[in-house]
Design a protein. Structure first.
Length: 477
């Protein structure tokens, strides 16, 4: 049995801004089910939602600050969660990284440096918890200083650093290094320095014993200039300790057979019942209730990375076809406005809800026929996996985890029953439109469509599969 300290800046259902929280809420549980001793550590934000008792464990003095360590449990599990409690840094409105206006907190370097230092104290068994991990598993830039600081310790545990999205690097002005009182031996171009900036993510990429990312294709992509965000040289240099392990999805939360957030449950044998959820969306969004036109769904950030501009460029052509479109998300104000304008012009074809709404997200997955995910890059992506599980066929660009999880519908994949969606190559509106047209043609053949839905619903995207690969990695360390 391995003792694993899982270091993350967010974990569902305690606090969530994106996919990192889903991973941090699910992977520790899957590892625990494989009989591993996993503890999760994260900052004690104001927004944390816990139905379990939170108790005081100890106080630690780090960087002339008195920091409390609290203990609770991950809801619906036995996993111990340690909360780094320093109200001046973490007890504030807004989300973990941004204020109410959507700007990064100006003291993020201090906030996450302190979090990393406390994680190191716990990892080195200096918090008097009488528990020391064999493996410290860090995630994204917010925990990037942990492997760097551990590299200076004697007899430190092995470290794993997972890249969830290389585009977010935790870059701060060079003078931050003094303010954070980081050891000088970490400050050089082969260390934490990145073009005269302090890079938190480099702490993980340079100093961790092993690097993982969230899909095999993304692991290869980030070693190229197109996706490496300036770090491709370093990743190429460390390619022997870099691998991609696909994220799983929480099958208890995302299951059309048991999902408490959808009005009508269904399974492969009762696929016709999916229709009720579709009618429910159409009513909810005030679209004509019509079973004969395909309903396209989109949930996600309305930003260029997600290819939202490609969709906007396609929309006049799309909306001239017999189809409907519902969107849920928020992001770039320009895109939000353009989408709202289009929804206003085509009220019987298109509807948009700005923001995030978990029950509505489940309803869109369950009630849509097609899910749009034309990302420019996508380290792993979860919605394309949720969609397949719900028999909602995804349209995706061939990149990252999308390439690894969706099998394009072609004559040969239809024949061998592996087809699960529609894949296009080029990040252009014309390529996306072509895929949409292919989906429209297939939708008109109800029998063929149901076959692809069945293929998709049979796929195994369980966390157990991913957890077994992580466990193998831990053992090799």
């Amino acid at each position: 049995m391995k003792k694993i300290l899982f270091v993350s800046s967010e974990a569902h259902p305690l606090i969530k801004t994106g996919g990192l929280a889903d991973v941090s809420g699910s992977l520790p549980k899957a590892l625990a089910e494989l009989s591993q001793d996993v503890r999760l550590i994260l900052p004690n934000y104001q927004g944390i939602k816990s139905d379990k008792e939170v108790r005081f464990l100890c106080s630690l003095r780090v960087d002339n600050r008195d920091v409390n360590l609290l203990e609770t449990q991950l809801p619906d599990s036995e996993i111990t969660v340690w909360l780094v409690d320093y109200p001046e840094f973490y007890h504030r409105p807004g989300n973990p990284y941004l204020d109410g206006l959507g700007n990064s907190w100006p003291d993020n370097a201090d906030r996450f440096a302190l979090f990393c230092r406390i994680a190191v104290e716990v990892a080195m068994n200096r918090a008097n918890l009488d528990w020391q991990p064999d493996i410290v598993h860090c995630n994204d830039w917010q925990s990037g200083l942990v492997p760097a600081l551990l590299s200076l310790e004697v007899d430190s545990p092995a470290s794993v650093f997972t890249i969830h999205n290389l585009a977010y690097q935790g870059l701060f002005p060079a003078e931050s290094i003094q303010g954070l009182s980081l050891p000088g031996q970490l400050w050089h171009p082969e260390g934490l320095e990145f073009y005269h900036m302090l890079s938190f993510i480099k702490g993980g990429l340079v100093y961790a014993d092993h690097i993982t990312t969230v899909s095999p294709t993304y692991a290869l992509e980030i070693q190229t200039s197109a996706y490496g965000c300036g770090l491709e040289g370093l990743l190429l240099h460390r390619k022997d300790v870099l691998r991609g392990i696909l994220n799983g999805i929480d099958l208890e939360v995302w299951s059309p057979e048991t999902d408490p957030l959808i009005p009508q449950h269904y399974r492969i044998a009762s696929l016709a019942d999916k229709q009720y959820n579709k009618s429910e969306i159409q009513r909810k969004f005030a679209l004509p209730v019509n079973d004969h036109v395909p309903l396209f769904g989109l949930i996600g950030r309305l930003v260029e990375q997600k290819g939202i501009d490609l969709i906007i460029d396609c929309l006049p052509d799309m909306l001239s076809m017999p189809m409907q479109l519902v969107l849920l998300g928020s992001g770039d104000k320009v895109y939000e406005q353009r989408l709202q304008n289009l929804a206003h012009v085509y009220p019987d074809k298109m509807a948009i809800t700005l923001g995030y709404d978990e029950p509505l997200a489940h309803l869109i997955e369950a009630g849509s026929d097609v899910f749009l995910m034309p990302s420019r890059f996508e380290p792993c992506g979860l919605n394309q996996m949720y969609s397949q599980r719900y028999g909602t066929l995804p349209i995706v660009r061939k990149t990252g985890g999308l390439a690894d999880t969706v099998v394009d519908t072609l004559p040969e994949t239809i024949a061998d029953r592996t087809a699960t969606g529609f894949v296009f190559n080029e990040a252009s509106a014309s390529s996306l439109l072509e895929a949409i047209k292919r989906a429209m043609i297939l939708y008109s053949d109800k029998k063929a469509w149901a076959t692809i839905q069945t293929n998709a619903m049979k796929k195994d995207f369980s966390w157990r599969h991913s957890a077994e690969q992580y466990l193998m990695l831990y053992r090799n360390l």
